[in-house]
Design a protein around this ligand. Structure first.
Ligand code: 5GP
Length: 130
């Protein structure tokens, strides 16, 4: 059975899409730690990040860099924090989280509850930054 992220890749499940190319996709995390919290995934399904090929993992990080630059332009923050957890969704992904301090990337803290309108606005703001 395809992962929930593979179902997002095919469009079966909607997402707030930030960017994509032939191999990678970036979309807003539905339970964000901060406004602009984005997930970057390879379209090819692989559970564990370090089971990606060298080319895939390098390409994923280059793609994530472009996404991070766009997030920085849209969301006031001191930098984009990067995290790999992978305990919930078995499809390799990198979290990009706008942060001002270490607490902003504490995955044990309560997530933000954003309205669809807020997600749409954030998506638009980040997309203009490419
Ligand atoms: P992890 O696997 O890194 O522990 O966490 C998976 C992340 O994916 C979580 O931050 C969670 O909020 C996010 N997530 C889970 N399901 C969906 C979904 O259907 N859509 C989106 N946009 N994010 C999801």
């Amino acid at each position: 059975m395809p992962s929930i992220f593979s179902r997002i890749v095919t469009g079966e499940i909607p997402c707030y899409k930030i960017a994509e190319d032939d191999h990678y996709l970036a979309f807003l995390d539905i339970n964000p730690l901060a406004k602009g919290h984005t997930l970057v995934i390879p379209k090819r399904e692989e559970d564990y990040l370090f089971d990606l090929t060298d080319a895939e993992i390098a390409g994923l990080m280059v793609f994530a860099k472009k996404v991070a630059r766009a997030i920085e332009k849209a969301i006031p923050c001191s930098r984009i924090g990067v995290a790999v957890i992978g305990l919930e969704v078995p499809h390799a992904h990198v979290h990009l989280v706008p942060i001002n301090g270490i607490y902003d990337i504490d995955f044990s803290k309560p997530k933000l509850k954003l309205s669809p309108e807020e997600f749409v606005e954030i998506t638009g703001n980040i997309r203009t930054g490419f």
